[in-house]
Ligand binder design. Structure first.
Ligand code: CTP
Length: 404
């Protein structure tokens, strides 16, 4: 499932102070399961050493074009790589790449490479905005090179502007995305809802639930890892979860907003996974002003729209999405309730979890679920991380779509 596992990545490092961050990137890529071959430019060697990278990747890091085997290495590394990442990429290396120069081991390897190329520029004080750099970037983009960033912020000179290399975690996200594009869900659009909803009572108070959003975010990542285009509709989450790279995120607050977003997106989608904990009721009236504490207020509630029921009706009319997965968070009679929801909401599958167990459900990182399919087919999964549960759910989605 992890698109980095066993992949061969050539990491080119050029001579910017951001080279020290490339060490962190090399470490992250290696920890994610990739085989990372690092090539340093002469300038990079002034900031960091090949030994730094060799220690982090467990593989020889190279710099000189004139080592005994380097004249053939560039072809081997370039042709055998699944991905070439150049981070940081200086204005000088960028210019060489655009011109097709091959005067060091890094640029030589780039010229020999046949794999996708990601470039993370890093440069100071106005160099990024210079027309020469912009023209070089344009040339590279036209050739299919993906340019990552740069970010705006404080640079080594003390100037503030566009030119900071993206953070290693962000680059890792782009690498993961680039390596997953040929997966079984390539060309498929998956909509995932995550988190809880908040139903306002007045300008400062709302009714909500304990959903953390973690399972939904893990599902979005798992769908991306299989090559899907992913729309992530996010309600309230307990922690600030970072959006998986590549997911198109829509933020909503109420059940009504979630219904509008999900129904709109799923009309064109192949798969909908409703992991959000949508409120079943909301205050009948939202007070325009803060309710004063004087007299005890009477709360009158009304039902929200059941989004999955509306999707079932849409599916009957337009035939989309082909696969709809629901979640059932239950504290009693788990399987009977899940089965009932599966049928009532016309689902392809329902993921049932017992929220009374301390190691499953809301706010924790693990989940213990059962997958319920039509015809009374039930599969009990052991205690797993939410990432693993997401992988299992997506594996079933691939076979329900018949693309696996
Ligand atoms: N759901 C929905 N719209 C709602 C409420 C829930 O689409 N207004 C979806 C949830 O995202 C989940 C599934 O329906 O995928 C089951 O949600 P759950 O709260 O367990 O079931 P309910 O249908 O609300 O039934 P009950 O609360 O009575 O258990």
């Amino acid at each position: 499932m992890n698109p980095l596992q066993g992949k061969r990545i050539v990491l080119g490092v050029s001579g910017s102070v951001a080279a020290y961050k490339a060490a962190d990137l090399a470490s992250k890529l290696t920890q994610a399961g990739a085989l990372v071959d690092v090539i340093l430019s002469e300038g990079a060697e002034r900031f960091v050493t090949p030994l730094t990278f060799a220690s982090l990747t467990g593989r020889k890091a190279r710099a000189s074009l004139w080592e005994d085997d380097a004249h053939v290495i560039h072809v081997g590394l370039g042709e055998g790589a699944d991905l070439l990442v150049i981070a940081p990429c200086t204005a000088n290396t960028l210019a060489k790449l655009a011109a097709g120069q091959a005067d060091n081991l890094l640029t030589l390897t780039a010229l020999a490479a046949r794999c996708p190329v990601l470039v993370a520029p890093a440069m100071d004080g106005g160099m990024f905005e210079h027309p020469a750099t912009q023209a070089n970037l344009q040339t590279l983009r036209q050739r299919g090179v993906q340019i990552l960033g740069p970010a705006k912020g404080r640079m080594a000179s003390g100037l503030v502007g566009l030119g900071r290399m993206l953070e290693p975690a962000e680059i890792l996200g782009h690498v993961r995305l680039a390596l997953s594009r040929n997966g079984p869900l390539a060309g498929k659009h998956v909509v995932v809802s995550a988190g809880g909803t908040q139903e306002p009572l007045d300008p400062v108070r709302y009714l909500t639930n304990r959903s953390s959003g973690k399972q939904g975010f893990a599902l979005a990542q798992a769908a991306l890892d299989l090559g899907a285009r992913v729309s992530l509709v996010v309600g309230a989450t307990a922690a600030a979860l970072s959006t998986p790279t590549g997911a198109e995120r829509t933020d909503v607050q109420t059940a009504a907003q979630m219904a509008e977003a999900v129904l709109g997106l799923s009309r064109e989608a192949d798969v909908l996974i409703m992991a959000a904990a949508v409120a079943d009721f909301r205050p009948r009236q939202v007070q325009a002003h803060k309710i004063k504490k004087g007299a005890l207020p009477r709360l009158e509630l009304e039902h929200t729209q059941d989004i999955l029921l509306a999707v079932a009706e849409q599916r009957w009319r337009v035939g989309r999405p082909a696969v709809v997965v629901g979640f059932a968070a239950e504290s009693e009679r788990l399987l009977e309730n899940a089965q009932d929801k599966l049928e009532r909401k016309g689902l392809s599958m329902i993921v049932a979890n017992d929220i009374s167990a301390p190691d499953a459900g809301f706010a924790v990182d693990t989940n213990r679920v059962s997958l319920v399919l039509p015809g009374g087919v039930v599969e009990h999964l052991p205690l797993m991380t939410k990432d693993e549960v997401a992988g299992e759910v997506l594996r079933r989605v691939v076979s329900l779509l018949g693309v696996g």
